[in-house]
Design a protein around this ligand. Structure first.
Ligand SMILES: NC(=O)c1ccc[n+]([C@@H]2O[C@H](COP(=O)([O-])OP(=O)(O)OC[C@H]3O[C@@H](n4cnc5c(N)ncnc54)[C@H](O)[C@@H]3O)[C@@H](O)[C@H]2O)c1
Length: 289
C-alpha cells in the first residue's frame, strides 16, 4: 500500500498503540462508542429528541435515568421503552422534575447515583421555545422562563452533576442552529441557546482535567411537535407556510429526524469523541452555513 508520507508510515500494531486504550476496538471486547456500564441522565426525556436519545443510549448498553416535568408523558415513554426490548429491564429509571429548580436537579442527579451506583453522562436536553414576538412586545415572564429552562437548568446540571460524575464522563447540551444564527421574534430562545454555548465552552475547560468532555449538538428544524408549534407561530408572523419556508433555507432541503440528532448526541457522549470537548456539532442540514 502506498503512503503519501512514507516517513510516517506505521505498521498496524504501531498505529493501534497510538490510539487511546479507551477507544481501541478489540474483537469480542468492548467497542468504541459502546455505552455499556455507563450511567446516564437525559432531561426532556419524554419529548421527541430526549426519547430518541434514550433509545440510542439503551441500544448501546447504557443505564438511563429519564427526567421530564411531564410525569404522564414520562411514564408512557418508559413503558414504550420497556415494551420494546427485554434487555432494557433494570436499565431504565424515571424522575418527574423541573430542571430549572435547583433542589429538584440535585435530587434527580442523586437518584441516578443511588439507582445505578455511578454517573457518567448528563444530557441537558429539556427546552422550551417561548413566544414569537419582537423584543419590544416580548413578555418578560416568558423571557425569564425560557432562560431558566434552556440556560440556567444546564448550569444547575453542571453545578450539581460534576461533583457526582465519574472522571472520563461526558456532558452533552442540546443547543440549536439559533445558537449561531438568529431570526426576528425569538429573542429569548436565541439568547438562551447562544448563552448555552458560552456555558458549554466554559465548563469544557473547567472539567477537562478530569477528562470530562462537554459539548453541544445544534439541531436545525426537526420534524416533530416542538418545531410544528414554533412553525404555527412563525407562519402567522411571516404570512406563509413556515415549514416550506424553512426547508428553502436548509441546503439539504428538509427538516431533520429525531434519531439523526440522537446519533450525534450518542457520538459526543461516547468514547468515539474521546478528544472532542468544547465543540458544537451542527445537525442542521447545513442551515447555518
Ligand atoms: N425540535 C426542533 O426542531 C429543535 C431544534 C433545535 C433545538 N431543539 C432543542 O431540542 C431540545 C428537545 O426538544 P424537542 O424537539 O425534543 O421538544 P419536545 O417538546 O418534544 O421535548 C422537550 C421536553 O422537555 C420537557 N421540559 C420542558 N421544560 C421542562 C422543565 N422545566 N423541566 C423538565 N422537563 C422539561 C418537556 O416536557 C418535553 O418533554 C430542546 O432543548 C430544544 O430547544 C429542538
Amino acid at each position: 500500500m502506498s503512503c503519501l508520507f512514507p516517513a510516517f508510515a506505521l505498521t498496524l500494531p504501531e498505529a493501534a498503540a497510538m490510539v487511546p486504550a479507551t477507544i481501541r476496538t478489540v474483537r469480542g471486547k468492548r467497542l468504541a462508542g459502546d455505552l455499556r456500564d455507563r450511567a446516564c441522565v437525559v432531561t426532556g426525556a419524554a419529548g421527541s429528541l430526549g426519547l430518541a436519545c434514550v433509545d440510542a443510549f439503551l441500544r448501546e448498553g447504557a443505564s438511563v435515568l429519564l427526567v421530564d416535568r411531564d410525569a404522564d408523558a414520562l411514564a408512557a415513554a418508559a413503558a414504550t421503552l420497556d415494551d420494546r426490548d427485554d434487555s432494557h429491564a433494570g436499565r431504565i429509571a424515571i424522575v418527574a422534575a423541573d430542571v430549572a429548580d435547583a433542589r429538584e436537579t440535585e435530587a434527580f442527579l442523586a437518584e441516578a447515583v443511588r439507582r445505578f451506583g455511578r454517573l457518567d453522562v448528563i444530557v441537558c436536553n429539556a427546552g422550551i421555545s417561548g413566544a414569537i414576538a419582537p423584543a419590544q412586545d416580548y413578555p418578560e415572564d416568558v423571557f425569564d422562563r425560557v432562560l431558566a429552562v434552556n440556560l440556567k437548568a444546564p448550569f444547575l446540571a453542571c453545578k450539581y452533576g460534576l461533583p457526582l460524575m465519574s472522571d472520563g464522563g461526558a456532558i452533552v447540551m442540546t443547543a440549536s442552529v439559533v445558537s449561531v444564527t438568529s431570526d426576528p421574534g425569538i429573542a429569548a430562545y436565541a439568547a438562551s441557546k447562544h448563552g448555552l454555548i458560552g456555558l458549554m465552552r466554559t465548563v469544557a475547560k473547567e472539567a477537562a482535567p478530569r477528562r470530562i468532555r462537554v459539548n453541544a449538538v445544534a439541531p436545525g428544524p426537526i420534524d416533530n411537535g416542538f418545531q410544528r408549534d414554533v412553525e404555527t407561530g412563525l407562519t402567522k408572523a411571516i404570512g406563509r407556510p413556515a415549514g416550506a419556508f424553512l426547508d428553502g433555507l436548509i441546503p439539504m432541503g428538509r427538516h431533520g429526524a429525531a434519531n439523526e440528532v440522537a446519533e450525534a448526541i450518542l457520538y459526543l457522549a461516547s468514547d468515539r469523541a474521546s478528544f472532542t470537548t468544547g465543540s458544537v456539532l451542527m445537525v442542521d442540514g447545513g442551515m447555518h452555513v
